[in-house]
Design a protein around this ligand. Sequence first.
Ligand code: NAP
Length: 297
Amino acid sequence: MIAERIDGKAFAQSLRERVGRLAAEFACKAGRKAGLAVVLVGEDQASQVYVRSKGKATLEANMASFEHRLPADVSGAELLALVERLNVDPAVDGILVQLPLPGYLDEQAVISAISPDKDVDGFHVINAGRLSVGQTGFVPCTPLGCMMMLTDRLGDLSGLEAVVIGRSNIVGKPMAQLLLDANATVTIAHSRTKNLPDVVRRADIVVAAVGRPEMVRKDWIKPGATVIDVGINRVAAAEEGKTRLVGDVAFDEVSEVAGAITPVPGGVGPMTIAVLLRNTLVAAYRNAGIALAGDDL
Ligand code: NAP
């Protein structure tokens, strides 16, 4: 068997187009565009690339983008004051502070300062709590994107065995919660899990969010399982001096047994920005008190 390749790029593109259409409708109804503010502290190269592509995608989706670039030595008080201004700015529906912040800044304090109703990353403890008790809030973009791809492929997840490898607050835990809410039987594995291959072999759904290149091997996978690879790892390429990206799953060999699998790159990654745009649009509709027609987001 050769696994179906789940095309995250195409899936993300179609979500972005849907968001773009609904964002145009929002602008007509509300008399303003939905707005996403992105805050970048310092000169980190990767963060600059992420912020630029988020800004571009926001504009392409018919939304307003507000970029705030602060110097690497900005004080915690200045950063919190900016977040406070954005919290009360009616043109801003979503606030994203690009992580990681320089080490001397308290990330948790900054995330806690964001209004939970503008926390489109879903990192605020209030939104984590809402997810955990089944209230409406914002769900972190990466696991929500994984969930969309899973339900698109599998439909009803009731009773399926799901194993999530990784228990971070931004991927593993919310992923497990979403699967549980969809009535899957969920196991969360982590670095202290014993007999990890045996645990993973039970799974109809495997979500790998570890950060270890190609850790998940072919003989860990139940034939026909759906495998979602969240990992992004840069490794040396065959050509000297070059690097390439690989996931947490050994893609080629796992493809021989899985029913479906997301590639890296081109799987989960593109979904993360698309879901960020989706969350921002949902925030805009909620903040403006306008019902979102249909439930197709
Ligand atoms: P993280 O905070 O470092 O968490 C990694 C998790 O993996 C931890 O729970 C850790 O267990 C577990 N782990 C580490 N070694 C393990 C092992 N040998 N066996 C089993 N579990 C092990 O990472 P993260 O932020 O969740 O990200 C995970 C990966 O996803 C990274 O590669 C990251 O780059 C990628 N990522 C991708 C996107 C995207 O848009 N595609 C978004 C976010 C993250 P302990 O808790 O016991 O330490």
